[in-house]
Write a protein of this length. Structure first.
Length: 138
């Protein structure tokens, strides 16, 4: 009976080690996917989004894909832009990312949308979105 329990314990420890290896493999795969996506998507930049916003960079940081936008809403100040847009933009950006990047999010890849002022270079907004944020929209 002792041999059986030792065998069972050995199998459980081996399975746990495999789970750790699998998690590490998935993490590395996600990092490679993020790098490849950033490299491919960056080829089309800069890209005008609307009359105030331009997508200027797409970068990889581990398992996060980072989109950087510039906002040029002159003559508005950075403070006015932040005050007028923060709440509205967070919900809209999160909903958009959850709809268009569902596969990335479900795989454990997060998406960051960063908005900076074209005039000052100051970061105006940052929305880091992960899978669990999408559930909060319902």
């Amino acid at each position: 009976m002792k041999k059986f329990y030792l065998l069972l314990l050995s199998l459980l420890l081996a399975a746990a080690a495999d789970d750790g290896d699998m998690a590490e493999k998935i993490k590395l795969q996600n990092q490679n996917v993020v790098k490849a996506a950033a490299s491919e998507l960056s080829k089309e930049l800069p890209k005008r989004v609307d009359r105030f916003t331009q997508l200027v960079d797409i970068a990889a940081d581990g398992e996060m894909l980072i989109y950087t936008f510039e906002i040029d809403a002159a003559p508005k100040s950075d403070e006015e832009i932040i005050e007028e847009g923060a709440g509205r933009m967070k919900r809209n950006v999160t909903a958009g990312v959850c709809a268009t990047s569902k596969r990335f999010l479900q795989s454990g890849i997060s998406i960051s949308y960063r908005y900076k002022s074209a005039a000052t270079g100051r970061e105006l907004f940052r929305f880091d979105i992960k899978k669990s944020d999408c559930a909060l929209l319902r």
